[in-house]
Design a protein around this ligand. Structure first.
Ligand code: AMP
Length: 620
């Protein structure tokens, strides 16, 4: 028989944990080694055995080439593989090995098959990383019911969502990553309003500070560099982590490593005592690095520190008193401590599993997109359809048109990022919409729709209205973005904001000038009979002016706009003359004229159609 239970899995960078609803409460499942968390480490031994979890972690330093840790950092990166014994593994496959162990251990514990799972991901994971995580679950044999954000899961574990509205800061410091998220909770809804972090900061760095301090001291005393010796290094690493953990509850610890090495004068032992004060001074730069991301998340969410109602600490490293002190200093709130920080995310995932299985009611989940999504339009501009930090699931559509006369296809290029110029952002995917009936530029109405589902997976479709021709893509696979890259992209966008804005203005002015010329040509052709020669030659002159400004590569936005304005004014005259002519003709025939029909048709088309071209791909 298969259990109907849905397993909640926190697939962490350093450690994973899993839980399930038992008698209406989420419960952590103890793994095969009897531990409540499982190191996210996979190793291949020389004799072909595959190790996962603690057995893999324990031999990591001696067997570094065949041990894979922190694979989560590469999820969604299609170019990344790990090769062991001539076999290449994708990040999804390595993650699946961890998930397979979790599945086996859960089945053993529950005495039943477990096929369904909810898996958590960092809030900043993009759609590719989410899709890769889902794929990993499926490779491991799970039916992945939902991918949810880690801070959302943690908030659920704290049961923070009573009926009152509140703002929660979730600070997650694990073994290798630091994430800050700000959530608005209320009425059963969990909304992640901002995220930030440092992809390269975690408990391992605190361990390294101790390792370096021990190795330096040892070298100056005995002239031996322990970092060169793999066996010694593994022991140093284990001892450093142990000392660090001890210093979370004690003021002083001793590190004892007998026979750590041997010199000419015989075996040498390492014995040191380390006080919490010394440890904190060795790592003060590390704690300092938590400040900026926290402040940035607050700023992005639009909150001041005193608007935060609750602080939740997630990740084993938040047990360090210095981390708690730093948060209290920043937010002036005592962090909640009633849920184990290593377990909160898995417990929340189990609650979400319970919701999906119908065991828990009244909870809705809302997450946000970490970066804006949009497409490339004329002149290489990035046109946003979905803004960064928009709550998902979400849908947005916009109508675009063609840039060239007779254009029968457009290339839809989907980007993610904050820069005004599409190429500066991350290309997620592209497709060609063909079969557009030939028409003057700016006439076809092409609706582009973005849909992000509850797992954060993006679907983009385009449909041409008159013919119904349509095309779509679901964005999956390809190179994903790490948190670092997201951070870098956001930073670059800020740094280049002013310059990008100028580029945008210039491109828009060029686009407007080009379309005014096209419009002039169409209107002159269509109203040939209705306007007099003077006006026609005025317009020709204005067109020439615009064209000569367009030819000048150094023309400024102001120059382009001035020439375009002159041309537009001349074009308005067409409407007037055409109307008078039509009215005169209609009067003669005894019919009522539609005021301004000829001119208005041309004008409104360009105003309403949001004159933006999907791309300049022409196919004539
Ligand atoms: P996580 O990835 O959330 O399981 O966090 C793992 C990290 O938390 C590792 O670097 C552990 O050494 C660290 N950690 C676990 N317990 C403690 C503790 N009591 N004090 C300090 N660090 C801890």
């Amino acid at each position: 028989m298969t259990s109907e239970k849905i397993l909640g899995i926190d697939l962490g960078t350093t450690n994973s944990a899993f839980a399930v609803m038992e008698r209406n409460e989420p419960e952590i499942i103890v793994n095969g080694e009897g531990d409540r968390t499982t190191p996210s480490v996979v190793a291949f031994t020389e004799d072909g055995e595959r190790l996962v979890g603690n057995p893999a972690k324990n031999q990591a330093v001696q067997n570094p080439d065949r041990t894979i840790a922190s694979i989560k950092r590469y999820m969604g990166d299609d170019d990344y593989t790990v090769t062991v014994d001539d076999t290449e593994y994708t990040p999804q496959q390595i993650s699946a090995m961890i998930l397979q162990k979790i599945k086996r251990d859960a089945e053993e514990y529950l005495g039943d098959d477990v096929d369904k799972a909810v898996i958590t991901v960092p809030a900043y994971f993009n759609d590719r990383q989410r899709q890769a995580t889902k794929d990993a679950g499926e490779i491991a044999g799970f039916d992945v019911k939902r991918i949810i954000n880690e801070p959302t899961a943690a908030s659920m574990a704290y049961g923070l969502d009573d009926d009152s509205e509140q703002t929660v800061l979730v600070l997650d410091l694990g073994g290798g990553t630091f994430d800050v998220s700000i959530l608005d909770l209320g009425g059963g809804i969990y909304e992640v309003v901002a995220t930030n972090g440092d992809n390269d900061l975690g408990g391992d760095d605190w361990d390294h500070a101790i390792i370096d301090w021990l190795a330096d001291g040892f070298e100056s005393q005995h002239g031996v560099d322990l970092l060169e010796d793999r066996q010694a290094l593994q022991r140093l690493k284990d001892a450093a982590e142990e000392a660090k953990i001890e210093l979370s509850s004690r003021k002083e610890t001793t590190i004892n490593l007998p026979f750590i090495t041997a010199t000419d004068s015989g075996p040498v032992h390492l014995e040191e005592s380390l006080s919490r004060a010394k440890f904190e001074s060795l790592t003060s730069d590390l704690i300092g690095r938590t400040v900026d991301p926290t402040e940035q998340a607050l700023a992005d969410a639009g909150y001041t520190a005193d608007e935060i109602d609750e602080v939740i600490l997630v990740g084993g490293s938040t047990r360090m008193p210095q981390v708690q002190a730093q948060v209290e200093e920043l937010v002036s709130r005592d962090p909640r401590k009633n849920v184990n920080p290593d377990e909160a995310v898995a417990l929340g995932a189990a609650i979400q599993g319970g919701v999906l299985a119908g065991d828990v009611d009244d909870i809705v989940l809302l997450d946000v997109t970490p970066l804006s999504l949009g497409i490339e339009v004329k002149g290489g501009l990035f046109e946003r359809l979905i803004d960064r930090n928009t709550t998902i699931p979400t849908e947005e559509s916009k109508v675009f048109t063609t840039a060239a006369a007779g254009q029968t296809s457009v290339q839809v290029r989907v980007f993610q990022g904050e820069r005004e110029i599409a190429a500066e952002n991350e290309l997620l995917g592209e497709f060609m919409l063909s079969g557009i009936p030939p028409a003057p530029a700016g006439t076809p109405q092409i609706e582009v729709s973005f849909n992000i589902d509850e797992n954060g997976i993006v679907n983009v479709s385009a449909e041409e209205e008159s013919s119904g021709t349509a095309e779509e893509i679901t964005i999956e696979g390809g190179a994903g973005l790490s948190e670092d890259e997201i951070e870098r992209m956001q930073q670059e966008a800020e740094e280049h904001a002013e310059e990008d804005e100028q580029r945008r203005q210039l491109i828009e002015a060029r686009n407007a000038a080009e379309s005014a010329v096209q419009r002039a040509e169409t209107l002159l052709e269509e109203n040939d009979e209705l306007i007099d020669d003077d006006l026609a030659s005025d317009i020709d002159a204005a067109v020439e002016d615009v064209e000569s400004v367009l030819e000048d590569e150094d023309a400024t936005a102001d120059e382009l706009e001035a020439a375009t304005q002159d041309l537009s004014e001349a074009l308005q005259e067409i409407g007037k003359q055409a109307y008078q002519q039509q009215a005169a003709q209609a009067g003669a025939e005894g019919m009522g004229a539609d005021p301004g029909a000829a001119g208005a048709a041309g004008d409104s088309e360009y105003v309403d159609a949001d004159f933006e071209d999907v791309d300049d791909a022409t196919d004539e």
